[in-house]
Design a protein around this ligand. Structure first.
Ligand SMILES: NC(=O)c1ccc[n+]([C@@H]2O[C@H](COP(=O)([O-])OP(=O)(O)OC[C@H]3O[C@@H](n4cnc5c(N)ncnc54)[C@H](OP(=O)(O)O)[C@@H]3O)[C@@H](O)[C@H]2O)c1
Ligand SMILES: [Zn+2]
Ligand SMILES: [Zn+2]
Length: 352
């Protein structure tokens, strides 16, 4: 075991602060990674503040971070995929049983024994796993991904959660050219969804509560932008959409978006608000619409997404910050004031 610097929250109401944690020495199958950049996902904030207490109560101290890009520093004797010096990435999962039907299908996100990158039991050290707001981490090579060489590393980090979480449902629901696709909420996930839907050839409409984001949405690849608080504007799009991705982090009227689906259209929820949403039956029924959810994506699909990003030169639009600004960044997330993902430069942790 060895010590590593990190940033942790001591309780649901404490700010994140500098600390020291213990990491395991690499086992034969492990890759040790010096973390260069870690994105800030709204899930980090939900988890730190224990907003998902009914589903996944937070164990403190909590060290979030699951959008990780770094450099390999050491590998175990059985590691074949990576060597010291390689660039490597880790997303929301660090382990699974590897034997269940979901794992065998490359859908580790559905494994009953999946280990998330933070806040789930750590099979090696006891306690819970600690995430990417730290100097380094040690991960089984099965959960380590490759970043295409043409991508900027700070901007590639958010692909590991915001990227795969929006790419996976679009592939599942077969988003393709000629379709009309809506994206609700232009935050970290939403802005990636716009880039992917545009790259897949769809006609993309962004629904935002923030009038100031209109120009950005068009630049990111949207064909139209609707300010969702404007009921008349919303009404113009009723019954038109093949697919809508809802990436909103807070309570909102999902019925207003179901009304925009055409017959057999689907709305997929990737946002994970603290409180339940209310679904009006008469939004879903009349046009046989469906409402789904989708969690992250499996390891093979995450690599596929990274390779797709390499080919299409897609990364997140990031504001790179030092770790000392993480609490400020959380407050800005709550005000929808991020363009469009914070990426922490982990070199800043050295002076923490
Ligand atoms: N399913 C998964 O596997 C998965 C993975 C990662 C994250 N998530 C969840 O997805 C959600 C979004 O994450 P994120 O990192 O993209 O968050 P984010 O960057 O904070 O973006 C959320 C966006 O939602 C909109 N919004 C916020 N409050 C709103 C309100 N009260 N009413 C209407 N719209 C509002 C804002 O967009 P506008 O300004 O454009 O309105 C905001 O930019 C979070 O709940 C997160 O936990 C789920
Ligand atoms: Zn996330
Ligand atoms: Zn499994």
């Amino acid at each position: 075991m060895y010590k590593a610097k990190a940033y942790s929250a001591a309780s649901a109401t404490s700010p994140l602060a500098s600390t020291t944690i213990t990491r395991r020495d690499p086992t034969p199958h492990d890759v040790q990674i010096e973390i260069l950049y870690c994105g800030i996902c709204h899930s980090d904030l939900h988890q730190v503040r224990n907003e998902w207490s009914g589903f996944l109560p937070t164990v403190y101290p909590c060290i979030p971070g699951h959008e990780i890009v770094g450099r390999v520093t050491k590998v175990g004797s059985a590691v074949t995929k990576f060597a010291p010096g390689d660039i490597a990435a880790v997303g929301c999962m660090v382990d699974s049983d590897g034997t269940c039907p979901e794992c065998k299908a490359g859908l580790e996100q559905f494994c009953p024994n999946v280990t998330y990158t933070y806040n789930l039991p750590d099979k090696h050290l006891g306690g819970v796993t600690y995430g990417g707001y730290s100097e380094s981490l040690v991960v089984d090579q099965r959960f380590v991904l490759r970043v295409p060489a043409n991508l900027n590393l700070a901007a590639a980090a958010p692909l590991l959660c915001a990227g795969i979480t929006t790419y996976s449902p679009m592939r599942h629901w077969r988003v393709t050219s000629g379709q009309k696709v809506g994206v609700v909420g232009l935050g970290g996930l939403g802005h990636m969804a716009v880039k992917f839907a545009h790259a897949l050839g769809a006609h993309v409409v962004v629904f935002s509560t923030s009038p100031k984001k209109k120009e950005d949405a068009l630049r990111l690849g949207a064909d139209e932008v609707v300010i969702s608080r404007n009921v008349d504007e919303m009404q113009k799009h009723a019954g038109r959409f093949d697919f809508i991705l809802d990436a909103v982090s807070a309570e909102h009227d999902i019925g207003a978006y179901i009304n925009l689906l055409r017959r057999d259209g689907n709305i997929t929820l990737v946002g994970a608000p603290e409180k339940p949403l209310s679904v009006p039956a008469f939004a879903l029924l009349p046009r046989r619409c469906s409402l789904s959810g989708s969690p992250i994506g499996g390891i093979p699909e995450t690599q596929e997404m990274l390779d797709f990003c390499g080919k299409h030169n897609i990364t997140a639009d990031v504001e790179v910050i030092p770790i000392q600004k993480v609490n400020e960044a959380y407050e800005r997330l709550l005000k929808s004031d991020v363009k469009y993902r914070f990426s922490i430069d982990m070199a800043s942790l050295k002076s923490a």
